[in-house]
Design a protein around this ligand. Structure first.
Ligand code: IMP
Length: 429
C-alpha cells in the first residue's frame, strides 16, 4: 500500500493534527519525520483537548504504530511530559506503539539557551522562533556535532560526547551571547535520567518502515509546520530550520519517494502566521480580530496570538506546485461564518507586472495583493458533515479555491470535534 503524506500548505498551524487524526483511523503506521516540539497538533477527542508536539497523532488510536524518524529533533523532557499526559488521558497504553529512531538528534539545554539568547540579541531583526532550540539542534546535526538518541542512551558514549562539546558551547554562550553557560554535571544527570525512561522506544525505524511497506501496511507521514516555513522554499530567513515539503517525508525517514502516492495539503480557510516575516494578506482590522477570536488563534506551543489574514491563493498555487499536492484539506471553514464578504488573494501587483502565482521568496519585494471578493454566509455550520448541507456561499467559496489551484478538496472541517468534518475522499480507500 502506498504512503500518504500530510503537509501544511501555509505557515504552519493549519490544523494538520485534525486531518491526520481522521485518516489515521485507516492507517497502520503514522510517522513524524521533520521538526520537533516547535510543532503543536491539537485534537479534540470526546471533548478532551489533546496537544501533541512530538508523538504522531496516530497514538490516539490503539493498535497503530507511531514512528519518530531521524529527520526529527527530540527534546526528551517534552517527550516524557507528552507520554505522561497521554497516559493520564487514557491513551498510549502499550509501549510497543512508539518507535523512535536511534539516529534522531537530541535537543540539549544549550540549544534552547542559544535559541533564546540569539533572538534577544537580534532585537527587532528577530525571527520570532518558538525558542525550543530547534534551529541550534539542526545546526549541530549539519555541523556533525549533534548528539543522537542512540548515543544519549549509552552512558559512557553520552558522557564523552557531552564533555567533548560543552566547553565550546559554553564559550559561545558566555563570550558571544553574554549568557550563563550550563554545567556538565547537571546536564549529564538530568539527561541520563531522561534516557533511562525513553530508552525502551529506541528502534531501527528504517528497517521497520521498509518491512511495513513490504508487508503492504498503510503508512501515513505527518509533516510538522508548513511549506512556507521550509528552510529552502519558504519566506527565508523567517522560516524553520528543517524541510517541510513532502519530499522531506522520504529524506527524513529513509523511505523511497516512490512509496509516496498521495500528498494532502492542509490549508486553513483563511491564513495565519506566528513569528515574524512577510504576510501580505494580513488583516490589521476588526476582521482580523474576528478570525483570531472566533478561530482561537493562539499558538498551541507558545500561546502567542497568531497574525490573521485572508486566504492567499497566489501563494497556495506555488505551494501546490512545489509539493505535488493531490488533494486539499480545508480546515476551520466554520470560523468564516458571519463575515459579510470574504476576500481571496488571486495575484500580486509586483514591480515586474501582475503575477497570478508568486514564489515565497518574492513576497519580500514590494508586492500588493489583488483580491477577489466573494459573498459570505451567516449560518453557523459547526458539525455539518455533508457538502450539500453547507450554505450556498460556503460551497461557492470552496469551489472557488478548488478551481483556483486546480486540486480537488477531499476534506473540510466544520468544527473542533473529531466528527465535525466532511469527508469527500479518503486517501487510504
Ligand atoms: P523555530 O522553528 O522555532 O526555529 O521558529 C522559526 C519560525 O517558524 C518562527 O516564525 C516560528 O513561529 C515558526 N514555526 C515553527 N514551528 C511552527 C509551527 O508548528 N507552527 C507555526 N509556526 C511555526
Amino acid at each position: 500500500m502506498p504512503g500518504v503524506v500530510i503537509i501544511g500548505g501555509q505557515w504552519g498551524d493549519e490544523g494538520k493534527g485534525r486531518v491526520v487524526d481522521r485518516f489515521a483511523r485507516d492507517a497502520d503506521v503514522v510517522v513524524r519525520f521533520n521538526g520537533g516540539n516547535n510543532a503543536g497538533h491539537t485534537i479534540v477527542v470526546d471533548g478532551k483537548k489533546i496537544i501533541l508536539h512530538l508523538i504522531p497523532s496516530g497514538i490516539l488510536y490503539s493498535g497503530k504504530k507511531c514512528v519518530i524518524t531521524e529527520g526529527v529533533v527530540i527534546d526528551p523532557k517534552v517527550l516524557i511530559e507528552e507520554i505522561n499526559n497521554l497516559r493520564a488521558n487514557g491513551f498510549f497504553k502499550d509501549d510497543s506503539a512508539l518507535l523512535i529512531s536511534k539516529n534522531a538528534h537530541i535537543i540539549m539545554p544549550y540549544h534552547k539557551l542559544i535559541d533564546r539568547l540569539r533572538e534577544e540579541k537580534k532585537g527587532e531583526r528577530k525571527i520570532g522562533t518558538t525558542g525550543r532550540g530547534i534551529g541550534p539542534a539542526y545546526e549541530d546535526k549539519v555541523a556533525r556535532t549533534g548528539i543522537r538518541f542512540g548515543e544519549l542512551i549509552e552512558p559512557e558514549i553520552f558522557k564523552s560526547r557531552l564533555k567533548e562539546l560543552l566547553d565550546e558551547k559554553n564559550l559561545y554562550i558566555e563570550k558571544v551571547l553574554k549568557g550563563n553557560g550550563v554545567s556538565f554535571d547537571s546536564v549529564f544527570t538530568e539527561y541520563s535520567e531522561y534516557a533511562s525512561i525513553i530508552k525502551k522506544y529506541a528502534s531501527n525505524t528504517l528497517d521497520f518502515l521498509y518491512n511495513s511497506l513490504k508487508n503492504k501496511k498503510k503508512i501515513m507521514f505527518e509533516a510538522a509546520q508548513g511549506v512556507l516555513l521550509d528552510i529552502d522554499f519558504g519566506t527565508y530567513p523567517y522560516v524553520t530550520a528543517s524541510h517541510t515539503t513532502p519530499a522531506s517525508a522520504s529524506i527524513g525517514s529513509g523511505v523511497s519517494h516512490f512509496a509516496i502516492k498521495e500528498v494532502i495539503g492542509v490549508i486553513k480557510a483563511y491564513t495565519t502566521r506566528v513569528g515574524e516575516g512577510p504576510f501580505p494578506t494580513e488583516l490589521h482590522s476588526e476582521e482580523g480580530d474576528y478570525l483570531r477570536e472566533k478561530g482561537g488563534e493562539y499558538g498551541s506551543t507558545t500561546g502567542r496570538p497568531r497574525r490573521c489574514g485572508w486566504l492567499d491563493g497566489a501563494l497556495l498555487k506555488y505551494v501546490v506546485r512545489i509539493s505535488g499536492v493531490t488533494g486539499l484539506a480545508i480546515t476551520k471553514l466554520d470560523v468564516l461564518s458571519g463575515l459579510k464578504t470574504l476576500k481571496v488573494c488571486v495575484g500580486y501587483k509586483t514591480k515586474s507586472g501582475v503575477k497570478k502565482e508568486i514564489t515565497a521568496g518574492e513576497v519580500f519585494e514590494n508586492v500588493e495583493p489583488l483580491y477577489e471578493e466573494l459573498p459570505g454566509w451567516n449560518e453557523e455550520i459547526t458539525g455539518i458533515n455533508r457538502f450539500t448541507k453547507l450554505p450556498r456561499n460556503a460551497r461557492r467559496y470552496l469551489r472557488f479555491i478548488e478551481k483556483m489551484v486546480g486540486v480537488p478538496i477531499i476534506f473540510v472541517s466544520t468544527g473542533q470535534s473529531r466528527e465535525d468534518a466532511i469527508i469527500i475522499k479518503n486517501p487510504f480507500k
